[in-house]
Design a protein around this ligand. Structure first.
Ligand code: ADP
Ligand code: MG
Length: 406
């Protein structure tokens, strides 16, 4: 008897018809003698609808209230899914994040799971039930509801699989697995049969939203066999697993993009020690992650420009903070560009190859795509570009690095 955690994303539970259909899928696995835990997202579009409501009222919604609002979508689907499973003659019970003891830190709207007290799930399984868990949410030490950030239900599923030492964690979505680029942008992107945790981690954190970044971190740390597959057919999907000998060591495995980016530039920053520390401390105190940072060489009057990127969702908040800090410092001004995107190439093979960065810049230049910022690591290169160029950039990079190498 195996223990399988199955997570169904927004499009997989987008209607009551879809909920009935995936309930059958869960029940058929249980009938084969396995234990099954189902984790669900909100119905597609619900979370955006809630965000829209909040922004009708204020453009700076309180994050604690935002979390309670957003967490309700998953509760709806979990209850409906439990009913659909019961309707098929199986016992089932739905749970909120709090009810299964998912404890997170207090960074509202992007909380991190710290602990899972999974005894209630174990009891339900022992009683022969199929537990259905509302994804994407937990509670903090003050018993307030928190959410895990966009895509966070993947992390709920993997964290539960890790806590209960499940035999597999299956992420059901609207594509057949992990592709060499977003198949909606690059129609000839190739589905991968297997991908290593490390490459998947980079791809996810660089915008391949098919998996939530934290979910891959958990999977790697606790060795959870992770499968991404479609809830619309029986295709085998992509296995995310440890790197092994016969895995292809391509120079570039995938091309990703992330439009959820904003660039903030502070102009005329006085060039003296401690300035950068003051700026970035103010940002991190507000729980905002900074991604890329560029500082120009100071000019004749000992002033410099500093640019950095944050997620677009954090843009306004970061801008307000920086405006305040820079008034105190006496800079020449602050501006924010929300029309930027990040395109990246990822591959473990880059470690042993020279010149990949130069090739990437050359491909973008030949296609008239201006690079605003660059960042590199051992296994990825990212460029910030104008967001209108995103699709074109992804296509030309995929053509050059992936299609051409097959
Ligand atoms: P779910 O609601 O099931 O969690 P998501 O929308 O979060 O689904 O993730 C699935 C989507 O991820 C796909 O529809 C696809 O457009 C997008 N995507 C982006 N990059 C990739 C990639 N490299 N491989 C597969 N899908 C990708
Ligand atoms: Mg998702």
């Amino acid at each position: 008897m195996a223990l399988i955690v199955q997570k169904y994303g927004g499009t997989s539970v987008a209607s009551t018809e879809r909920i009935k259909s995936v309930a059958e899928r869960a029940v058929s696995i249980a009938r084969e003698g396995n234990q099954v835990i189902v984790v669900v997202s909100a119905m597609a579009g619900e979370t955006d609808k809630f965000i829209g409501f909040a922004h009708d009222i204020t453009d700076r919604p309180d994050e604690r209230e935002m979390d309670l609002l957003l967490s309700s979508g998953e509760r709806v689907t979990s209850a409906l899914m439990a009913m659909a499973i019961q309707q098929l003659g199986y016992t089932s019970m739905s749970f909120t994040g709090r009810q299964v003891g998912i404890i997170t830190d207090s960074s509202h709207t992007k909380a991190m799971i710290e602990e899972i007290e999974a005894s209630r799930l174990r009891t339900a399984l022992d009683m022969g039930k199929i537990p259905v868990v509302a994804g994407f949410q937990g509670i903090n030490e003050f018993q307030d509801v928190t959410t895990l950030g966009r895509g966070g239900s993947d992390t709920t599923a993997v964290a539960i699989a890790a806590a209960l030492k499940a035999d597999a964690c299956e992420i059901y979505t609207d594509v057949e697995g992990v592709y060499t680029a977003d198949p909606r942008i690059v129609p000839d992107a190739r589905k991968m049969d297997r991908v290593s945790y490390d490459e998947m981690l980079e791809m996810a954190s660089l915008g391949a939203k098919v998996l939530h970044g934290r979910s891959v971190e958990f999977a790697k740390k606790y060795n959870v066999p992770l499968v991404v597959r479609s809830s619309f057919n029986q295709a085998p999907g992509t296995l995310v697993t440890k790197e092994d000998e016969d895995m292809e060591k391509l120079v570039v495995t995938g091309v990703t993009h992330d439009k959820n980016q904003a660039r903030i530039t502070i102009m005329g920053v006085p060039d003296r020690p401690g300035i950068a520390a003051a700026i970035f401390k103010a940002i991190s105190d507000a729980n905002i992650n900074v991604d890329m940072i560029v500082q120009n060489i100071s000019n004749v009057d000992h002033a410099t420009d500093i640019s950095f990127t944050v997620s677009r969702a954090d843009g306004k908040k970061a801008f307000d903070i920086i405006q305040k800090v820079s008034d105190e410092m006496g800079t020449t001004g602050v501006n924010m560009n929300t029309h930027v995107a990040k395109v990246s190439i990822v591959g473990v093979g880059m470690q042993s190859h020279f010149g990949v960065a130069a090739e990437m810049f050359d491909v973008l230049a030949k296609n008239n795509i201006n690079i605003m910022m660059i960042s590199t690591s051992e296994i990825k290169i990212s460029c910030v570009v104008d967001d209108h160029e995103t699709e074109k950039a992804v296509k030309v990079l995929h053509d050059f690095f992936i299609r051409a190498s097959n």
